[in-house]
Design a protein around this ligand. Structure first.
Ligand SMILES: NC(=O)CC[C@H](N)C(=O)O
Length: 203
C-alpha cells in the first residue's frame, strides 16, 4: 500500500511516517506533487501550527486544487490529523478569519469554555459515534492524545465522535472517503495504532 503524506512544510511527519511503517505500510511518501498524490492509495493531511499560515502554504503549492480533485472528484481516501482535520473544514478564526479547504461543512473556533486551560493538552476520552469505521473494534470511550487551542463544530450530518473539554467538540469525523481527527493518533499508543489501521483498511 502507498500512503502519501501531504508536504506543505508544517507537519508532524516523522512520527506519522514511523507509525505507518510500523503498521506495515510498504510505501510512505512525503509530497505535494499532484502525480505522486494521485498515485497513492490513501492521503494523510498532517498539521502542526497555525491555520492561516497553513492555508497560505497550501494555496501557494496549489495543494487545495489537487485535494479537491483527488479527494472530492476522484474519491481518494484522506485523513486529516489535528490541524490537518481543521483545514478540511470551511473556516477558522485562528489568525483572524481564514477560509479552509471546504471539503466538509464545519467551522473552527477557539476553545472557549469558562475555567478551562487552553491549549487542551494530554490524553482525553472520546464518545464513539455509532457505525464508526475509525473506532471500529475499540472499547467504549478510548483515550487519545490532544494538543490544540481550536475546536471544530458542525451542524451537518457527518458522522462525529465527540470529546468533552468544558464543551463538546468534534474529536473525529467521518464523511464518505474523508476522515479527520483532532488528536494525534501517532502519539496515542495502541488506540492510535488501531485507529490508523482502521483508516488504512476501511476507507
Ligand atoms: N497542534 C496544533 O497544531 C493545533 C492546531 C491549531 N493551531 C489549534 O490550536 O487548534
Amino acid at each position: 500500500m502507498k500512503v502519501a503524506i501531504v508536504d506543505y512544510g508544517m507537519g508532524n511527519i516523522r512520527s506519522l511516517t514511523t507509525t505507518l511503517t510500523y503498521l506495515g505500510v510498504s510505501d510512505v511518501i512525503l509530497s505535494n506533487n499532484y502525480e505522486i498524490l494521485k498515485s497513492a492509495d490513501k492521503i494523510i493531511l498532517p498539521g502542526v501550527g497555525s491555520f492561516g499560515k497553513a492555508m497560505q502554504q497550501i494555496r501557494e503549492r496549489k495543494i487545495d486544487v489537487y485535494l479537491k480533485d483527488l479527494v472530492v472528484n476522484s474519491g481518494k481516501p484522506m485523513l486529516g490529523v489535528c490541524l490537518g482535520m481543521q483545514l478540511v473544514g470551511n473556516s477558522s478564526t485562528e489568525d483572524g478569519y481564514n477560509e479552509g479547504l471546504g471539503l466538509v461543512d464545519a467551522e473552527v473556533t477557539r476553545l472557549s469554555a469558562p475555567n478551562i486551560k487552553v491549549p487542551h493538552v494530554g490524553f482525553n476520552q472520546i464518545a464513539i459515534s455509532q457505525n464508526s469505521r475509525l473506532f471500529d473494534g475499540m472499547a467504549a470511550n478510548p483515550d487519545f492524545y490532544f494538543t490544540h487551542s481550536y475546536k471544530m463544530l458542525t451542524q451537518s450530518n457527518i458522522n462525529v465522535s465527540a470529546c468533552e473539554y468544558g464543551e463538546r467538540f468534534v474529536a473525529a469525523f467521518e464523511y464518505k472517503n474523508i476522515a479527520g481527527v483532532q488528536f494525534h493518533p501517532e502519539l496515542s499508543q495502541k488506540n492510535g495504532l488501531h485507529l490508523l489501521k482502521n483508516f488504512l483498511e476501511k476507507f
